[in-house]
Design a protein around this ligand. Structure first.
Ligand SMILES: [Zn+2]
Length: 419
């Protein structure tokens, strides 16, 4: 069985989907700016469009209380846990047209490709369209899959507000998603396996010329705010021996963050201070308070946590030595996830069978798959994107590469559905 992918048709559907945007599309050559925030008008129209495509492919459509949508191609044994794929269609302001959408429309295209080849699934194949993978509106990424996995509970979910003070409850109801949020959670084993097709959002595949990335692990960030409080004063009058300068203390911490990440010796450990707010922020004033952001990522959870512990030890040492107060506030600490070796092998087999070049690689960005890993064995398939660029209007993936990704996805889904 060889899936019969209509790459032209899929390219047209991706273009059509990109027209559902909150800002007028800029139509520079091949460039479309997409803004599609969850439960907004563009999101609602886009949802209707995708559901229509799924229905045309003979799939049933159901949705949950937070707006996750499930398109199902029934299998010969409907009672078995289904095999799932999928991604998201929301887009951050002024983004591109491929992030996420390739995994949703590509999932439906994979089903059509299997149907065209006369394939009959044993387990049902579901395409999941996850709500709000992007944190734009409610400040939390992977809202839909996070709730499906029970990582975000309903008590915390109902407290979420957007910048206008509209709560998740109100926003979802206005978009037509009612019902109990508690029902969103899925039990482990609800799906047999999950595999997501996504653009790489990095430069490796394009640079190497390989056409498919078989993802082996997804890195996850731990992020915190670190506040250093010292003593402010007049930059002229306050003598050096008496100072407890918060920014000088913070500069030691920033150095320590880099050193701690480098010390693991692992290329997959990364640590970043991306924000530094200095108070009061005047040329003639000794800084009294500094707020730093800290983002540490790795594919190995214990190693990442070791980096954090090393950084925290320096925080304590610097606080004692410099007479400043260092406090930490957690923002999140999701666990990294390893992909299922069986899915990785299935992706490799599909590539070999199709004469498609591939490499194994890790995902440095995180995706809904990170949370699906808590429900069932999970894998990801990457395709190249131009310059590794994403979350920008000039994000671009070739129709041919998308078609190749769908072919591999279809092959993998077919194999898993028979398993
Ligand atoms: Zn994405």
């Amino acid at each position: 069985m060889t899936p019969i992918v209509d790459a032209e048709r899929l390219a047209g559907e991706l273009r059509e989907l990109s027209r559902f945007t909150e800002v007028p599309p800029t139509d520079k050559a091949g460039e479309t700016a997409v803004t599609r925030v969850v439960f907004g008008e563009a999101d609602r129209l886009a949802r209707a469009y995708v559901a229509q495509l799924a229905r045309e492919a003979g799939m049933s459509v159901r949705q949950d209380a937070v707006g996750n949508v499930f398109f199902r191609w029934e299998g010969q044994q409907p009672e078995l846990p289904a095999v799932a794929t999928g991604s998201h269609i929301d887009a951050i302001p002024n983004a591109g047209m491929y992030d996420g959408t390739v995994g949703v429309l590509g999932g439906i295209a994979a089903v059509r490709a299997l149907q065209a080849a006369g394939f009959q699934p044993r387990r049902a194949i579901e395409v999941v369209q996850f709500t709000s993978e992007e944190p734009t509106r409610f400040g939390i990424g992977c809202l839909g899959s996070r709730m499906m996995a029970g990582v975000l509970n309903i008590w915390d979910a109902v407290k979420l507000r957007d910048k206008d003070g509209i709560g998740l409850e109100e926003a979802r109801a206005a978009a037509g998603f009612t019902g109990e949020l508690g029902d969103v959670i899925l039990q482990p084993g609800a799906y047999a396996r999950f595999v997501e097709l996504h653009i790489e959002q990095g430069p490796l595949l394009e640079a190497s010329g390989e056409r498919i990335g078989a993802v082996t692990a997804i890195a996850a960030p731990a992020s915190l705010t670190i506040t250093v409080e010292g003593e402010g004063g007049h930059a002229g009058a306050m003598l050096m021996p008496a100072r407890h300068d918060a920014l000088v203390a913070a500069s030691e911490l920033i150095q320590a963050v880099e050193a701690a990440a480098l010390a693991t010796g692992a290329i997959d450990t990364v640590a970043t201070v991306g924000m530094c707010e200095v108070f009061p922020g005047a040329v003639n004033s000794v800084p009294s308070r500094v707020k730093l952001s800290l983002d540490v990522r790795d594919i190995d959870g214990p190693r990442r946590d070791g980096v954090l512990q090393a950084i925290f030890a320096v925080c304590d040492a610097v606080a004692a030595r410099r007479g400043v107060r260092v406090t930490r506030r957690w923002i999140n600490a999701d666990s990294p996830a390893a992909c299922d070796p069986e899915i990785v092998k299935a992706v490799e087999r599909a590539c070999v069978a199709g004469g498609i070049s591939y490499r194994t690689m890790v995902s440095r960005a995180y995706h809904d798959s990170l949370f699906m890993a808590r429900i069932c064995p999970m894998g990801m398939i990457f395709i190249p994107c131009r310059g590794g660029v994403s979350h920008r209007p000039d994000e671009f993936a070739k129709a041919e590469d998308i078609g190749t990704g769908v072919r591999v996805l279809a092959q993998v889904l077919a194999e898993l559905s028979l398993g």
